[in-house]
Each structure stands twice: as structure tokens, then as C-alpha cells.
Design a binder for this molecule. Structure first.
Ligand SMILES: NC(=O)c1ccc[n+]([C@@H]2O[C@H](COP(=O)([O-])OP(=O)(O)OC[C@H]3O[C@@H](n4cnc5c(N)ncnc54)[C@H](O)[C@@H]3O)[C@@H](O)[C@H]2O)c1
Length: 365
């Protein structure tokens, strides 16, 4: 079985195709030559590069594959320059395309190359990690990092198609799979109480990668993200709710050093903290806040710094939050929860409350 979800963006609308063994349906019109650059990484390319190349050749494309070193350090402008050079050498012209085949790193990097090469060419997102399937491949955000911070150079560039082949999740390392579940829980907490409850009921099957459940789960996440993005493509308003858990989460990532914590692990910590802030600031039920922590733990995610094996000072984290690109006047903005399924964005919190909540949260069991 497979499912298709439409991201409704007028002239830039596109389909997300989800299922086991789903493949691209793009094709080259008779009499044309179209070159495609498949951007992947050194873990994913050996596994899925050859079948993608074969499929595109079958459908009339000229294909070149480029594999960057796996990991966040490839989200770098020097790598962008190298990939653009490879696209030029391969004869990719304005009718050509980039296929971003991999996790969120490759999606952000390949997406950015597609956004800037020849001022923008067609992009296919072919996510292979859970995080990329449920989150980063949808919505058009692409970016690379600077020494000064994460995702500081980027562009909005919507794909022409998203192809999420669930079979790829079989080879995803367990820690990476669990990390992706943080964004899954996030989508339930901010938008869909029923989905949150379904995750509670089926937690063991989710972590066991039950194939039917995975299809349902990826599809529901894409629906939630697609609906938010269709309302506010450029994050001038409601799209910001997708950043739940990311204010402190990004600070954890940057202070711990990229790679020490996976993105989803940092977001899980950030959600747990923001949940506590929500109890104090927005009347979010303390029992529901506990439920969120329980669900994150059931997925295998940390909800206290010690569970992630880290011990970072509030001062360092607070400074990192001040540098976050989403803050204004160095004041961090939080997404807070009013109720399971209902979130508010752009919230600021007084310094004593922030510091006090952090101390109590970090010390709690
Ligand atoms: N653009 C967005 O909207 C958005 C949203 C969330 C996160 N992100 C970005 O996504 C990135 C994190 O993505 P990620 O967690 O997917 O990390 P990742 O791309 O580094 O992938 C995680 C690891 O799993 C490997 N891998 C991926 N798929 C595999 C498969 N099927 N089999 C075996 N190994 C596989 C990769 O090689 C890598 O080692 C971050 O850079 C983050 O900023 C972007």
C-alpha cells in the first residue's frame, strides 16, 4: 500500500508519496535530455544510490551521483560550492534537477544546492531517515551552517516531489530512528491530541518499527506539517509552532557540540522543558505534561539532561539561546502548550522563571 499527501501551495503544490518501495514517477519528455544530480552521503549512497540511479536512467534522465561525508559537518558552504561544480560538470542546466537522497543533512544541503544553482532548479526530496520523512523533507526549508551557528545560510525551496520509501527505515540505526520519534511526538503535542493518544497506545509497536503503523505515522506527520506549511509557508506566523522544543533544544545541541546529542534527543529535552514552562505560564495540565515525558521516555528519548549523559550550565545554555536566529532583542521565544494538541508561539518568559524552571526541571526525576 502507499499513500499520497498533497502540500497545497498553489502553483508550487506537490505530492508526498509514502509507502514501501515507492519510486519517483518523474520522467523526461520525448526528445529532451535532462541531467539529474543525486546528492547523498557516504552511508546512504551505497545502499540506495544505485537503485535511484537505475530508476532515473530508466525514465530517461542522465544521472551523476555525489556522496558527501555523512554527518552535520557536510552542511557547509564549501560542500555547496563543490556540489554546484559537479552539477555544472555534469551538464545540469535549468531543466535539470537535484535529488536529495538521505537524512535531514542531505535534504538541507541538496535542497540548498537546488535553490541556488542557476538561481534555482527542480528538487526531489528522497528522505531515508525517520526525521527526514516526518519533518525535514516537507516544507521547503533548506540551509547550511556557519561557524557562528546552525542553518544561518539558507533558502525556501519547495521540492517538486517527496518520495518516502519506508523500506529504507530498515537500515536506519536504532539511535537515529528513535531521534526521529521526537518530531513525531512533537506533532501530536502541538496539533493532534488523538494522534498523541494513538502513540501512547502503540508505543511498543512504534519502536518495533511495525510496517503498517510506520506508514500511518509518517503519513499523519506529513499531513500535520503540510497543513501548517500551507497556511504559513515562510514562517511569519503559525509555522513557528513547529519549533516546539527547539529553543532550548538548539542550545543543547550547540553547547554540547554538534554530534554529542542527536537533533531529536536535543528536541526531546527542549520539549520536556517547554512543557514545564507551559504548566507555569499557560495553564497546561501538569498531568498532561507528565504524560508527554512518559511518552518521550517510552520512545527511548531523554527528558532530563542526565538521561542524555550531559551536564551543561544554565549560563552557557542561556547565552546560546540569546544567539538563536529565531529570538529577537536576544530574548528567546518559546512555543508553549495550552493543551495537548494546541500550541502558542512567540512566547517570552521572565528571566527568573526561566532559570528557576530550568533548575527544578533538570533536578527532577
Ligand atoms: N529543513 C527542515 O525543515 C529541517 C527540519 C528538521 C531537521 N532538519 C535538519 O535535519 C538534520 C538532521 O537530520 P537527520 O536526523 O536525518 O540526520 P542525518 O541526515 O545526519 O542522518 C542521520 C544518520 O543516519 C544515516 N542514514 C540516513 N538514512 C539512513 C538509512 N536509511 N539507512 C542507514 N543509514 C541512514 C545518515 O548517513 C546519518 O549518519 C539536521 O541538520 C537538522 O538541522 C531540517
Amino acid at each position: 500500500m502507499s499513500r499520497t499527501i498533497r502540500v497545497d501551495l498553489g502553483g508550487r503544490a506537490y505530492d508526498i508519496r509514502i509507502g514501501r518501495g515507492v519510486k519517483t514517477e518523474l520522467t523526461v519528455p520525448a526528445g529532451r535530455r535532462i541531467a539529474a544530480l543525486i546528492v547523498s552521503d557516504t552511508n546512504v549512497d551505497p545502499l540506495y544510490g544505485p537503485p535511484w540511479e537505475a530508476r532515473l536512467r530508466e525514465r530517461g534522465f542522465d544521472v551523476v551521483r555525489a556522496a558527501v561525508p555523512a554527518g552535520e559537518s557536510s552542511k557547509d558552504l564549501a560542500v555547496v560550492a563543490d556540489l554546484c561544480g559537479r552539477a555544472a560538470d555534469a551538464g545540469v542546466d535549468r531543466s535539470g534537477m537535484v535529488v536529495a537522497l538521505g537524512g535531514g543533512v542531505v535534504g538541507d544541503l541538496g535542497g540548498f544546492v537546488a535553490a541556488v544553482f542557476l538561481r534555482g532548479i527542480r528538487l526531489v526530496q528522497a528522505p531515508t531517515s525517520l526525521l527526514a520523512m516526518v519533518d525535514s523533507s516537507v516544507g521547503g526549508k533548506t540551509a547550511v551552517n556557519l561557524r557562528q551557528g546552525k542553518n544561518l545560510v539558507g533558502a525556501f525551496h519547495q521540492p517538486a516531489e517527496v518520495v518516502a520509501d519506508l523500506d529504507a527505515l530498515r537500515t536506519l540505526p536504532r539511535r537515529e530512528f528513535v531521534s526521529g520519534l521526537a518530531e513525531v511526538v512533537k506533532h501530536g503535542v502541538i496539533r493532534d491530541r488523538g494522534f498523541f493518544e494513538r502513540l501512547e497506545q502503540r508505543a511498543a509497536d512504534v519502536t518495533g518499527r511495525d510496517p503498517e503503523l510506520l506508514e500511518e505515522l509518517v503519513a499523519r506527520n506529513c499531513e500535520i506539517k503540510a497543513a501548517v506549511v500551507a497556511t504559513d509557508e515562510r514562517e511569519s506566523d503559525v509555522r513557528a509552532i513547529l519549533n516546539f522544543g527547539h529553543t532550548l533544544g538548539h542550545a543543547f545541541e550547540s553547547v554540547a557540540g554538534y554530534g554529542a546529542l542527536l537533533h531529536g534527543e536535543a528536541v526531546s529535552l527542549g520539549m520536556s522543558f517547554a512543557g514545564r514552562l507551559s504548566v507555569r505560564e499557560r495553564g497546561f495540565g501538569a498531568a498532561d505534561c507528565e504524560r508527554m515525558d512518559r511518552l518521550l521516555r517510552a520512545m527511548g528519548l531523554p527528558v532530563r539532561p542526565r538521561e542524555a549523559g550531559i551536564d551543561l550550565s544554565w549560563g552557557d545554555l542561556r547565552r546560546a539561546m540569546a544567539a538563536d536566529k529565531k529570538g529577537r532583542d536576544r530574548l528567546p521565544r518559546f512555543v508553549l502548550i495550552d493543551d495537548l494538541g494546541a500550541a502558542a508561539h512567540g512566547c517570552t518568559v521572565s528571566e527568573p522563571l526561566l532559570a528557576g524552571t530550568f533548575a527544578a526541571w533538570a533536578a527532577a526525576r
